[in-house]
Ligand binder design. Structure first.
Ligand code: ZN
Length: 297
């Protein structure tokens, strides 16, 4: 369901594939999950309070024990906002990312809305819309918990932001996401909870000014939202959770997985839990490198 303030992002991604045939790009990905329950079984099985296998045996989370929130707002953190426990980590303006073809804050917002809507249209996930941040709400930890986010708090459940490499603590990741914690798990982790829903783009990543920069930005935004929603990496060719990170739409497996977790699009909404207790301290990130370019032969 769409209820965003910004429309029409798809038009940003029209391109002539003939111009890019010679481009090769390889992105390596890494996933760090502190708590992962292994699961065996059929694809996309629901298992209470556990990770469940994806189409190639990788895992996604199940909402069965306690439903995942399925109505989500989203926002973009302005530049100059500090991390609450570390004033050396300060967000950058989105425009500093320098994504090819995107010049204004609204350009970036259109892409991010398209990424949110891709997941919202695939399953019973509602995009409650964009929240304009004032810059007064610091980044966690010790910020708002995920369940406290929303219009009244002035920040989205999904909170996009940009940091340079130093702001990411030196990480080489192109983007990072802190997932919505797993409902019902017995372990809590305040650091993770206060950042759950955060998606951090590296403002100085080399690939954004590539000719495919818009495609990478859209794909990696969908990729990180996938992590927020509970998906791990996989190796399914058309999945946004797998390389080469240039797909402009969710793959069949992504949609099947989203439906398995959240129910079919337009289905009966699952109420947002009054309290998310949880735990899963996981940080997922996407790291990459670019090999030398190949010229036409
Ligand atoms: Zn990832």
């Amino acid at each position: 369901m769409r209820k965003g303030l910004l429309q029409g992002a798809n038009s940003l991604f029209v391109r002539d594939p003939q111009k890019f045939w010679w481009r090769r790009f390889v992105i390596g990905a890494s996933l760090s999950v502190v708590i992962v329950a292994s699961a065996k079984g059929q694809d996309w099985l629901h298992q209470n309070n556990a990770w469940v296998p994806g189409p190639d045996g990788t895992s996604v989370r199940s909402p069965d024990d306690s439903p995942q929130p399925t109505s989500l707002t989203w926002s973009m953190v302005p530049g100059g906002v500090e991390q609450s426990n570390d004033s050396s980590r300060v967000t950058k303006d989105f425009t500093e990312m320098g994504v090819s073809g995107l010049s204004s804050f609204d350009d970036y917002a259109l892409v991010l809305e398209a990424a949110v809507d891709a997941w919202a249209s695939a399953a019973d996930i509602t995009n409650l819309g964009y929240i304009a941040e004032t810059g007064d709400v610091p980044i966690g930890p010790s910020g708002l918990l995920f369940e406290d986010r929303g219009t009244a708090s002035g920040v989205g459940h999904i909170r996009f932001m940009a940091f340079d490499q130093a702001g990411l603590g030196g990480a080489s990741a192109l983007a990072q996401a802190t997932p919505i914690p797993e409902p019902g798990t017995p372990v809590d982790n305040g650091y993770n909870l206060s950042r759950a829903g955060d998606i951090r783009f590296r403002s100085d990543a080399y690939l954004w000014d590539d000719l495919l920069g818009q495609d990478y930005f859209l794909n990696i935004a969908m990729h990180e939202i996938g992590h927020i929603l509970g998906f791990a990496h996989n190796s399914v060719p058309d999945s946004v959770l797998s390389a080469p990170y240039t797909e402009l739409a969710l793959g069949n497996g992504d949609i099947a997985g989203a439906v398995a977790i959240y129910g079919p699009a337009g289905g009966t909404a699952i109420p947002e839990p009054a309290s998310l207790m949880l735990a899963m301290a996981s940080m997922v990130c996407l790291t990459g490198w670019r090999p030398r370019k190949r010229m036409p032969v």
